[in-house]
Design a protein. Structure first.
Lengths: 261, 261
DNA sequence: CGAGTAGTTGACATCTCTCAATGCCGGTGG
DNA sequence: CCACCGGCATTGAGAGATGTCAACTACTCG
């Protein structure tokens, strides 16, 4: 994880506009939740054994997406929600004048695409930041299963509510935090999610550019860069491009948490 | 609507800390969706006639809340979602150091409290900005009904997805818009919601203070005030404290929508 | 080796915040 | 009844934070 390389990212991500839109071909591999190593984190998190076996009635199509390819775009018909198996995705919203707001970064075990439920169309776009793999979960099949399986109807709503909570914290961040607090919050959040997956919480490789971080945090890339440098100077971080080592996690937490002003 | 008075608001809203926490007494009035004048906008929006009658199996407890009282606070056990019948609520999040982020203003026909589903506790607080009335909808009863009623299981998830969309636009706003754009977006959004309820889209009375608007939009109350003044000088608005008249709605839309930068 | 991209840093511009003063309004108490 | 007080809103001046623009480095790709 830590030493991951990003070999072909650049060339793939910045093809001419038309080319980028290509869908990844659906790889017809079928997958079940009960045997998945991500089951503790993903859709089935917190489900009973019984429900988990019921969930296996659905078998998910796996799909590989290369770095820079999109899973869906705003306005696309909503059919699937996606669970990230490996890699990193970003989802983003577009303003009519072209301004982009990154609304989330998603790693293994996280769900993407829930915003499509309301209107049957996706309101955001999802793109792979590195070569990635997802499970495509038919939303129709999922809700149908939820009807026949008491105790499971909560799954869908609970995961949506989690999404609401996630967005809450982003709103908090965007609405009432300063640049350095935002970056600290971002890093701590990542750190925690990596830790939950068995990776180091102090050392990781960012999959996104400074501009993407900035878009997510509501600030310009230069400000992101300066905040990284400031943390480094304050001895909390060692930064080498996208390689991050948190040398004083406690201080970072402290600074993020309180900050009365 | 337009000429509404706010007689006792102030004295009620700023009681000593302890007193504010009082719950509104539950008024044991029962209500059904099928006969509600808000059914086009509220929970049953888009439901079939058949499902609507099924929904009447649930009868909702109405509850009056006075201005300044809270419906729930962060950490409270999640039992109900609430549909606003009349009045205005705000929901807000708190940072550990006391900073508040208003996450939404809710008027008739809108739902409040969905963030509680994920963890069984409310992550935000909801407070009445004026004397208001809500329907308390048992979430357990609602999901139970959804199980037995095919075609209805979507209702809950769809309303949650709508909440996700709502938060998306707030994120967009907070993350990538300037102060005046934010205020314009806010006013246009309000205008549209009032219009959907049969009120004027050009003239209305704000129920919230400048500070609350500012907290919602991620800016200070002075900046809100200045933005109002700027719009007024530019001939788009007439502002008298909380009374707003949009004199050039088209210009306001134009300015908000494009703004290439 | 040249071109293009990502990241860092500096100088300066601009926007928003902070602090302070003022006016207005309604409620309260003398 | 009226003076006063507190909360809300507006406005100005100056401070501080972030954005903008530009230069430079490092790296990768062709």
């Amino acid at each position: 994880m830590t030493a991951a390389t990003e070999t072909t990212v650049k060339t793939v991500r910045f093809l001419p506009p038309g080319a980028v839109a290509l869908r990844a071909p659906a790889a017809p591999v079928k997958t079940q939740c009960s045997t998945c190593h991500l089951r503790e984190l993903c859709l089935p998190a917190g489900m009973s054994e019984v429900d988990l076996t019921r969930l296996d009635q659905l078998s998910f199509t796996r799909r590989k997406i290369k770095a820079g390819e999109t899973l869906y775009r705003e306005g696309d018909k909503f059919t699937y929600i996606y669970a990230v198996r490996s890699g990193t995705l970003k989802s983003s919203l577009m303003l009519s004048d072209g301004r982009e707001q990154v609304s989330g970064f998603h790693i293994a075990g996280e769900l993407v695409g829930l915003d499509g439920v309301a209107q049957g169309r996706h309101a955001s776009a999802a793109m792979a930041l590195e070569d990635s793999e997802v499970c495509a979960i038919s939303y129709a099949a999922l809700t149908e299963l939820a009807v026949s399986t008491s105790g499971m109807q909560h799954i869908v709503s609970r995961m949506m509510s989690r999404e609401i909570l996630r967005e809450h914290s982003l709103m908090m961040l965007l609405g009432s935090m300063h640049a350095e607090e935002r970056l600290a919050a971002f890093l701590l959040n990542l750190s925690q999610r990596y830790a939950a997956r068995g990776y180091s919480d102090r050392e990781f490789h960012l999959r996104m550019s400074r501009a993407e971080i900035g878009s997510y945090l509501g600030m310009k890339l230069e400000t992101v860069s300066r905040a990284f440098s400031a943390f480094q100077q304050q001895g909390m971080l060692e930064v080498d491009k996208r390689h991050i080592r948190i040398t004083d996690l406690e201080e970072l937490k402290r600074r993020f948490d309180v900050r009365v002003h």
